[in-house]
Design a protein around this ligand. Structure first.
Ligand code: CA2
Length: 148
């Protein structure tokens, strides 16, 4: 069974409770249900932490177990070099890591326009609500074409 880690950073555990105009009304339990319904034959392992070191530990786990990652780094996106280094460990090991955002950070405050993660991610999907995660999942489940 394909195992996929869906990692969520700080404050995303509060989804559904505030700022619905930006983040919608659904919470992480709803997101887990949507992703599991999209990919019934995959093991969707959705986690959230407000703690940078816990997120880094989960990325180390992804490297060691070679598990593809969908990562919403939340505010750590914009300044955490430690999370960036851990994300780079994943992708340099040849394991895909897709950075996702519910909102489009580029249409918001200027501090959100910088991602220290994007340059080491396999790809980035932002601005489509929970569909950002669903699109990332589709991509991770696609058979990978052989490189020329
Ligand atoms: O759009 C995204 O997914 C973000 O990663 C969300 C982060 C934000 O810092 C990034 O710039 C973009 C913030 C998550 C905060 O989550 C909340 C949840 C409920 C209510 C308020 C905030």
């Amino acid at each position: 069974m394909t195992h996929i880690l869906v990692l969520n950073g700080p404050n995303l555990g509060r989804l559904g409770s505030r700022e619905p105009e930006v983040y919608g009304h659904a919470d992480l339990a709803d997101l887990r249900a949507v992703l599991c319904a999209d990919a019934p034959s995959a093991e969707i392992d959705l986690r959230q932490s407000d703690d940078e070191s816990e997120l880094i530990g989960w990325l180390h786990e992804a490297v060691d177990q070679r598990v593809p990652v969908i990562l919403n780094p939340a505010a750590f996106t914009h300044y955490s070099y430690a999370l960036r280094d851990a994300a780079a460990l994943v992708t340099t090991a040849g394991v895909p890591l897709i950075e996702v955002h519910i909102s489009n950070p580029h249409s918001r405050e200027s501090f959100r326009h910088t991602s220290v993660i994007s340059a080491v991610a396999t790809g980035v999907i932002a601005g489509f609500g929970f569909d950002s995660y669903r699109l990332a999942l589709v991509q991770l489940l696609r058979p990978m074409p052989a490189l020329e």
